[in-house]
Write a protein that binds this ligand. Structure first.
Ligand SMILES: CC(C)(COP(=O)(O)OP(=O)(O)OC[C@H]1O[C@@H](n2cnc3c(N)ncnc32)[C@H](O)[C@@H]1OP(=O)(O)O)[C@@H](O)C(=O)NCCC(=O)NCCS
Length: 188
């Protein structure tokens, strides 16, 4: 799989039989769909030190993952501001990461905060860029959002590279309780 990331042609389909809105977006290589409880074991298995440190805020357990997925499902049901998707490999159907957009973050109106993690075996293939492109199409279609914002620790080299490759630009570096965070934006 190369680094080329052509503009995805997102396709949307709704699984009417699922009580959770099951929007799926694909570029032919990956697809995004809301996380379901059946994903909990795979989600936990994919969490390594990097995801625990930079995304989960510490090591998860099956219970904390289930609580997280439960809250994601509730957000989907109630049309809440937090939109969490699993990232899946089209060829195998496997869960390979996750991406979330918070449409009600403590940033400016019209901005959505995005965060993401790719399981270690799938890193270095531009997967997060694909997921960001699909998320961009989703938030553009669904809301009054004009920009995506990514807040990345200056110590998180892989993520700093990934967001710049994905078309984000650095706007400022802010001292936050977690340390110095680079704020990147990408117009939709
Ligand atoms: C940051 C992250 C999402 C990048 O995803 P990705 O799909 O691998 O992104 P890319 O393919 O664009 O690679 C980005 C950089 O990751 C690094 N990388 C490449 N292969 C790697 C591998 N096998 N393992 C770890 N890092 C790797 C490289 O520095 C690469 O940039 P470079 O090729 O210019 O040197 C992923 O590393 C990750 O999940 N990290 C842990 C969670 C995290 O930090 N999330 C961000 C907080 S919001």
């Amino acid at each position: 799989m190369g680094r080329e990331q052509p503009e995805p042609t997102a396709q949307r389909c709704i699984n009417e039989s699922d009580p959770i809105i099951s929007a799926q977006f694909t570029d032919g290589v990956i697809f995004l769909r809301p996380l379901h409880m059946g994903d909990a074991a795979d989600h936990l298995a994919g969490e390594d030190e990097a995801i625990a440190r930079w995304l989960s805020g510490g090591r998860s357990t099956i219970e904390t993952v289930q609580t997280y997925i439960n809250s994601c499902e509730e957000q989907w049901r109630n049309n809440g501001p937090r939109k969490a998707f699993g990232i899946f490999d089209v060829a195998s159907g496997k869960l390979i990461g996750c991406i979330e957009a918070n449409l009600d973050p403590p940033v400016s109106p019209g901005q959505a905060n995005v965060s993401f993690g790719i399981f270690s075996a799938w890193r270095g293939k531009g997967i997060v860029g694909r997921a960001i492109n699909l998320m961009s199409e989703y938030v553009r279609g669904a809301n009054q959002i004009r920009q995506m914002v990514a807040r990345i620790s200056l110590l998180n080299t892989a993520s700093l590279k990934a967001v710049q490759r994905a078309g984000f630009r650095l706007v400022r570096v802010v001292g936050e309780p977690e340390g110095e965070m680079a704020h990147f934006v990408r117009d939709l």
